[in-house]
Design a protein around this ligand. Sequence first.
Ligand code: MTE
Ligand code: HPA
Ligand code: MOS
Length: 774
Amino acid sequence: MSIGQNIPHDSSRGHVTGGSVFIDDRGFTQKEVLVLPVGVPAAAGNLKKIDIESALKAPGVLAAFTAKDLHHNMWGTIIPEQPILVDQKIGYYDEPAVILVGTSMDALLRAKPLVKFEIEKAPAILTIDEAIQKKNFIYKANAFVCGAVDEALQKAPHRLSGAFECGGQEHFYMESQACIAYPLEDGQMEIHSSSQHPSETQHVVAEALGLQLHEVVCIVKRMGGGFGGKESQAAPFAAMAALVAQKMQRPARLCLSKDDDMMMTGKRHPFKNFYEIGFDNDGRILGLKAQLYADGGAYADLSSSILDRAMFHIDSAYYLPNAHIEGYVCRTNIHSNTAFRGFGGPQGSMTIESIIEDMAKHLNMDALKIREINCYGKEKNNVTHYGQKLDHNPLPDLFARLKSDADYVKRREEIEKFNASQTGKIRGLSMTATKFGIAFTARFLNQGNALVNVHKDGTVQVSTGATEMGQGVNTKIQQIVAHAFGIPAPDVKVMATSTEKNHNTSPTAASSGSDINGSAALKGSVEIKKRLAWLYQNILAETPMNDIAECPHLDESKLRLEDFDFNNRQVKHLPSGKSIEWQDLVKRAYLNRMSLGEYAHFKTEGLGFDKARSMGTPFNYFTNGVAVSEVQIDTWTGEYKVLRTDILMDLGRPLNPGIDRGQVTGAFVQGMGWVTSEKLFYNKDGKLLSHSPTTYKIPNIQDTPRIFNVDFIENHENRQNVHRSKAVGEPPFLLGISVWTALKDALKYKGTAIPNIKSPATPEELLMELARYE
Ligand code: MTE
Ligand code: HPA
Ligand code: MOS
């Protein structure tokens, strides 16, 4: 049966043969034009005038559009405050202000420098510190309060305070933001977009063009990666393409270059988090006070939700008896920062993982001991700082098992010997955890719908709101439906996502794509199964069915669905042992005029969070894991290698362990890149300088851990989710943090003070820290 099997990813062949079609692979249609957005050359100020005359005269240029051409020049998922094209006030350097239209990209690139901007520049705010100083905030969160933190801190035998800082991160999806808009009859618009959120793309396009929602369809076949970067920010680029399509009544293609994509779109939020922690002689945490500052960039985007998730995840895997957590989103003059795998969770959890390393140095203890002593318990100490109780908490077992599987104690001894031997190299070892809350923290997003169509030959097409970005959601939904009907996975096709088939969908995000859409698809499949079982029950009971009499209407009180086993392309009636071919039963259902299609809606039950008190149950369940990484630093250059990483995760009963393994390794390496080599550089005017792979360093194969072990525990208890699986997409990203804490651990062997490094720990960052020890 399909569930739990390593069915290949539905695009695996296409991706290696080139058969997979991405937006820019779509064939050119008649009269199709190309669209190039042009950004402003200043980070702040007023745009007084745009001169497009000479650009318009350039060969191959057909048209140019600006803010005034849009019916509605404003968008924003949570707060609609971001212009699609700069009208007056400039938010950030390279913010799109003009769109050039032409017949070839060459022509557009030649015309681009001819666009002239007259700008009245204003001083830009480029750092979190400046924003704090000027109190330039987009959002202030309600504080999370539990226990009596001031008292706890006062009484604590030890206290540490400081600021933890981490940088942003470029999504570096292989396919940049891309969209083709096709004008249809009657002013309607068909949008093909590389979007994680087709419904929002539909809505933003409709508003921008002055259309109603039913006049726009957004279709997403797949993305060449999204990682959160296409949750909200695919929409404004779709609106630009759609504007051209509407104005010129020609299909319009907008596919950003890597450089433009990196300069124009938002990234992971940098954070600066101030803290004070109190603990006892054993390293037991008594109280944590923290103020989180996220760099939201120029506009609100999803920042408030991201900050909330950072505040939810400041505990990582550790019990906080007393806590007071505040949070602010700063408004600065950089691209508007947005969702990125982990959605603030990594920036929260990394804070306490860093603090624990500091506590270890302060107490002269192994940091793992501190983690073990503070780890959430199974029976007690298992309620988070926002009041959610952990069910079937596997964290203590995960720590214990990985400590033994990865030979932690012995390797610690070896490292101590190695570091004492003065080789010019130092090694470090660290184990960190992830306890990632699964659900959108905005409750209304935890719903989805699915359309299941069984065709006369017994094959099935499924459509949901889930979008495929490489994570394998299509394959998981395919497995769920194939399993339900007892047919082979290839007999089920998951169709392109379209707002025409699935309406008002949530983004494929929060790692819950297969949870929500898989559950909806299962619900729809079960309804069809009921009708088929009813038909078979009637066939067995010899209910007359002929040209005069049809199968009677389904009477659920008389149906015993549990008596029927759908397996192996057969439907078996268990009590009688009789069976019928799946295809035969489907055909007979059709002849009996029974519906072979179903639309189903699903919502996650049990979620409720009181925002005013910051208490409740925001999450359906948690996905947990631990990782231990060992690193070696060259003390002369600051360069380092990850020698070994061991990961142990609880993914419930994985729907597809092979796909999940890919998610775990990929997310870990992406997390590792964030904390090590991926550094964003801006010049003093706020222009992003690291806007291509030549200046922005993502991990390559040689940067991955030289020994890399990934394992899962067995957990059959996650009844809250489809087939007792657990979401996997984001949680392992946080395990990359173990590389950074391992680097910090290594530094402890060199210096006498607590190491003081920021993230990313580039070789330069480490070398400067090492220089302080001399
Ligand atoms: N995996 C691949 N290959 N490409 C991606 O863009 N995005 C990640 C994760 N894994 C991503 C990925 C992010 S940010 C999320 S939220 C989840 O996939 C979304 O998909 P899911 O909910 O179906 O897991
Ligand atoms: N996670 C990811 N994406 C989101 C969320 C969330 O909690 N809320 C809105 N978009
Ligand atoms: Mo993922 S950051 O929730 O798209």
